[in-house]
Design a protein around this ligand. Structure first.
Ligand SMILES: CC[C@@H](C(=O)O)C(=O)SCCNC(=O)CCNC(=O)[C@H](O)C(C)(C)COP(=O)(O)OP(=O)(O)OC[C@H]1O[C@@H](n2cnc3c(N)ncnc32)[C@H](O)[C@@H]1OP(=O)(O)O
Ligand SMILES: [Co+2]
Length: 149
């Protein structure tokens, strides 16, 4: 684990939350991105070396919609940056953590992501994320390169 990459906050209304966090952090959101596979729209703020990721649901079956329905708005997950996501998933599985997916998937902000179930980590949803390298020697991210763990 290298550092905390971002903290994810579930919000009902992204535009309204953007205003709140702009005032709170005294900076504007630097990026907004929809991630269709997760049913979310995100908005990112920089805070020193860290980031805040606001997440609003874009569909009724989005994990964010379910979370807000059950628990209301609030901190949804903590994301840790890792050097090698696949190696870290393997290590954590061997340590007894429950991985939500067998393979990393494409997240927001040019990252490969994977999640640990909150019941494995004292009620906290943990995201692992690895920067997607752009050089031509980088590992491709097509499904075919990921063996099931
Ligand atoms: C934008 C992409 C990416 C990035 O690049 O940063 C993201 O951050 S995407 C963020 C959204 N995506 C995800 O959250 C994917 C991972 N989450 C899941 O797969 C599911 O949400 C889940 C964690 C497996 C739970 O799903 P499910 O079992 O279908 O939902 P329930 O609502 O029934 O919850 C069961 C149980 O777990 C509790 N829960 C749910 N979410 C959280 C959470 N974020 N933190 C802590 N606990 C959570 C929920 O309250 C239920 O508890 P009980 O009621 O006590 O059973
Ligand atoms: Co996230």
């Amino acid at each position: 684990m290298k550092n905390i990459e971002h903290i994810g906050i579930a919000v009902k209304d992204l535009e309204a939350a953007n205003e709140v966090y702009s005032k709170l952090l005294c900076t504007e959101s630097y990026k907004s991105e929809k991630v269709r596979s997760e049913g979310v729209e995100t908005s990112f703020f920089k805070v020193g070396l860290n980031k805040i990721e606001l997440l609003a649901a874009t569909s009724e079956d989005s994990p964010i919609a379910k979370f807000i329905e059950k628990r209301g708005e609030g901190i949804h997950h903590i994301a840790f940056e890792v050097e090698d996501i696949r190696a870290e998933m393997k290590r954590l599985k061997e340590e007894g953590f429950e991985l939500i997916s067998k393979r990393p998937k494409k997240g927001a902000d040019n990252k490969l992501v994977a999640f640990l179930h909150p019941k494995s980590a004292n009620g906290v949803l943990v995201e692992l994320c690895q920067e997607i390298l752009e050089d031509e020697n980088a590992i491709p991210i097509g499904d075919e390169v990921w063996e099931d763990l």
